[in-house]
Write a protein that binds this ligand. Structure first.
Ligand code: PMP
Length: 304
């Protein structure tokens, strides 16, 4: 772990090593907590957080869905993230992890009344699926584990509990010798990766499923915006497993994963087995945006 100097906890900056919780922390037992994953990049004008407002809004929406009353406003949480990055004086790119959790003081499943805590950690973190993966692409396994069904879980919330499903899929994929899992929904259509949204390209058309069974991804929305600007035709519709096998290109998107090409799925080579042309175009465009080189997207950056 790339330790930083400070973590923000309930309104205060405390040393990294002192950001601790009690073993009877409610969220640790029952899984009711929400979090975010946000990145900040070193631009020519210094460190800039990508889409800070959108991530902070999603964090608060996640809490709303799970009936957690957050004792901080969106503005306060945004300021805390900015101040945290300043105080930690990072030299590289940063990953920010805000977490809203229920703490010590109440047990049992009726969670109302449990104390609500907010922490924000940030550390320097490189490419989530490997630097090499960004260029060469990764090998993916379609998971035997079905994505959390909408009938019984809350997929619009970036909820701690949702990630048990993701972890088991990721574990299975890695143990089987792959780098990432692609999960299907309970109807058998592509839902998302364990922590990413999924795109394919067929005959020049960019296709990604609607967010019925995936998080409302900020990176996916950015990629769709960039594709539209470049007149790349877009379809938002369900994708079947066999359609993935015969796609020309495929890639994952996520704050952590950025834009990671997929070169193989279940032993089927995707396209020519290399990063596809449209994938590269959108990946380059994405990095131009987050690094502040594309002046048309300055409004997505918060400079520290
Ligand atoms: N799906 C899941 C399950 C995720 O954890 C993430 C990462 N937050 C995504 C999709 C991508 O979302 P975003 O682009 O907003 O990071």
């Amino acid at each position: 772990m790339n330790e930083a100097k400070y973590i923000w906890m309930d309104g205060e900056f405390i040393p990294w090593s002192e950001a601790k919780v009690h073993v009877l922390t409610h969220t640790l037992h029952y899984g009711n907590g929400v979090f975010e994953g946000t990145r900040a990049y070193q631009t020519e004008n210094g460190l800039a957080i990508f889409r800070l407002e959108d991530h902070t809004k999603r964090l608060l929406n996640s809490a709303k869905i799970l009936k957690i009353d957050v004792p901080f406003s969106q503005n306060e949480l945004e300021k805390a993230q900015i101040e945290l990055l300043r105080k930690n004086d990072f030299k590289g790119n940063v990953y920010i992890r805000p977490l809203i959790f229920l703490g010590y003081g109440k047990m049992g499943l009726y969670h109302i009344g449990a104390p609500v805590h907010v922490s924000i950690a940030a550390w320097e973190w490189g490419a989530y699926l490997g630097e090499e993966g960004l260029e060469k692409g990764i090998r993916v396994k379609i998971s035997s584990i079905v994505r959390n069904p909408v009938k019984s879980t809350f997929g619009k919330a970036k909820a701690v509990a949702n990630y048990l499903n993701s972890q088991m899929a990721k574990y299975e994929a890695i143990e089987c010798g792959y780098e990432e899992a692609l999960m299907l929904d309970d109807d058998g259509f592509v839902a998302e990766g364990s922590g990413e949204c999924f795109f394919i390209v067929r005959d020049g058309v960019l296709i990604t499923p609607p967010n019925d069974n995936s998080l409302e991804s900020i990176t996916q929305a950015t990629i769709l915006e960039l594709a539209k600007e470049r007149d790349i035709p877009i379809e938002r519709r369900r994708i079947t497993r066999d359609e993935v096998y015969i796609s020309d290109e495929a890639f994952f998107t996520g704050t952590a994963a950025e834009v990671t090409p997929v070169r193989e799925v279940d032993g089927r080579v995707i396209g020519n087995g290399k990063r596809g042309e449209i994938t590269k175009e959108l990946q380059d465009a994405y990095f131009d945006v987050v690094y502040g080189r594309d002046k048309g997207y300055k409004h997505y950056l918060t400079y520290i």
